[in-house]
Ligand binder design. Structure first.
Ligand code: SPQ
Length: 429
């Protein structure tokens, strides 16, 4: 696909719904008792993988085009699926479902696309096995298809996490909600806390003290009305586009500002972006962000901020190509096990457009500013790489051709249309 061209980005955009919260709204809705309604659900392929998976487990879920309604069955109301469940491209769906299915008395097989079938699952399987669940990967590996033979009487666990991962944490929490007794999870670094927050929203109990999380099971949750805020990970593409394209001025509304997700805002501020945050609604954890192009300076990004911006690192790398000086990204080895190896994909695809970017064992080193040029690039099947390359293409005089552009649909089906609208100075509602 030939990517959209522009001289600047201008206008207003209502950011699409948060993917992490949309997944969890279906999961908690299915596991609670009573009805849950979800408004502003993200209509991306990944979230539909979660929705269809729970329908296959016997949960009535309807969609009138505006609101998703889930008739919650409780933790003990799921039914065996008739066939193996296709999870598509979604790491969040498969890993969190492993924790949910660990406490069920029936067997379920979960499989995905080629990318998902290469992503590591031992990080979830090992603690769940300690809790008594029986899980196996394809031909005794840790890779999908994964078969989960759950156990109704799961044991609680005390677990120190070897990786900073909200998916691993959430899988253990879902199992712990079904186990008899108190589980303690100690995080390596604090990661996104949507699972913990939604347990409280659905009437359950969980306590957090620094990196220590304590949860006692079994618990019963109650259906709720959920309104999903916008996804800061999707906003990141327009925050970056406006910051690096001369004469740009973009206002983003309904941006999710859960503090475990806002590392990108800290980075933009430290680099010197001309950005202001308005109308903060702490109840819905959302805000309006206005951003204009400005001079940027390279910085070092490492340590405990990494989980707070892990999915934004490819677009932050592009941001760094336009900043003065050197940007160093460290402690981000987790990028290697996303939909693609995002360290290699970001470096190699941006090099094709002339960026001065070098991959390292745990991150990237970028020298800027560099004038990017046209070329032929690929998303490699990774939505975030595809969207980053579209923003890069806005900076080139020549055309950029993107292979595998359709990958963006897992988290942002209307992405290219929204870029076109802002390139024309319009409004995305
Ligand atoms: O769901 P998936 O495919 O793993 O999606 C990604 C993404 O870029 O959208 C990662 F590739 O986001 C993860 C994120 O990296 C979503 C997530 C969550 O909702 O809990 C947590 C992060 O993953 P992890 O492994 O660090 O816990």
């Amino acid at each position: 696909m030939k990517l959209v061209k522009a001289t600047h980005l201008n206008g207003t955009i209502a950011v699409p719904a948060d993917k992490s919260i949309s997944h969890r709204s279906i999961m908690f809705g299915a596991l609670a008792k009573g009805t849950t309604t979800v408004r502003n659900f993200l209509r991306g392929k990944d979230c539909f993988s979660t929705l269809h998976a729970f329908q296959k487990l016997g949960v009535p879920i309807t969609d009138d085009g505006e609101t998703i309604t889930i008739e919650g069955q409780g933790f003990d109301g799921l039914k065996p699926a008739e066939t193996a469940i296709d999870i598509g491209n979604s790491g969040t769906t498969i890993r969190l479902m492993m924790g949910i299915l660990a406490g069920q008395s029936f067997e379920t097989t979960l499989y995905g696309d080629d990318s998902l079938n290469r992503r590591p699952m031992n990080r979830v399987m090992l603690p769940l096995r300690e809790m008594g669940a029986i899980l196996s990967g394809d031909q005794n590996t840790e890779f999908p298809p994964i078969t989960v033979a759950g156990k109704e009487s799961l044991l609680p666990i005390t677990y120190t996490m070897p990786v900073a991962s909200a998916q691993v944490k959430s899988a253990i929490i879902f199992a712990a909600l079904q186990a008899k007794g108190t589980s303690t999870i100690i995080e390596k670094e604090a990661s996104r806390n949507h699972t913990e927050e939604m347990i409280r929203q659905f009437g359950g109990n969980i306590s957090t003290e620094g990196k220590k999380i304590t949860v006692t099971g079994p618990q019963t949750l109650q259906g709720q009305e959920v309104i999903v805020p916008g996804d800061i990970s999707s906003a990141a593409f327009f925050l970056t586009g406006a910051a690096i394209m001369p004469k740009s001025d973009v206002t983003l509304t309904n941006v999710g500002i859960n503090p475990t997700r806002t590392g990108i805002l800290d980075v933009l501020e430290e680099m010197g972006a001309d950005m202001s945050i308005h109308d903060q609604d702490m109840q819905n954890q959302s805000a309006t962000i206005a951003i204009r192009s400005s001079e940027l300076t390279g910085i070092t990004i490492s340590g405990d901020i990494i989980p707070r911006l892990i999915d934004e690192l490819p677009i932050i790398a592009l941001l760094a190509t336009q900043a003065n000086g050197t940007t160093v990204i460290k402690d981000a080895e987790e990028l290697k096990v996303k939909e693609t190896n995002r360290i290699d994909a970001t470096a190699e695809e941006l090099q094709k457009l002339g960026a001065d970017i070098t991959p390292t064992a745990d991150g990237l080193i970028i020298h800027g500013p560099t004038k990017l040029h046209g070329g032929q690039v690929s998303s490699r099947g990774d939505h975030r790489i595809g969207m980053m390359l579209q923003i890069a293409a806005l900076l080139t005089d020549e055309d950029v051709e993107l292979d595998w552009a359709e990958a963006v649909a897992v988290s942002y089906p209307h992405f290219f249309d929204d870029v076109t609208t802002l390139a024309q100075g319009g409004e995305v509602k």
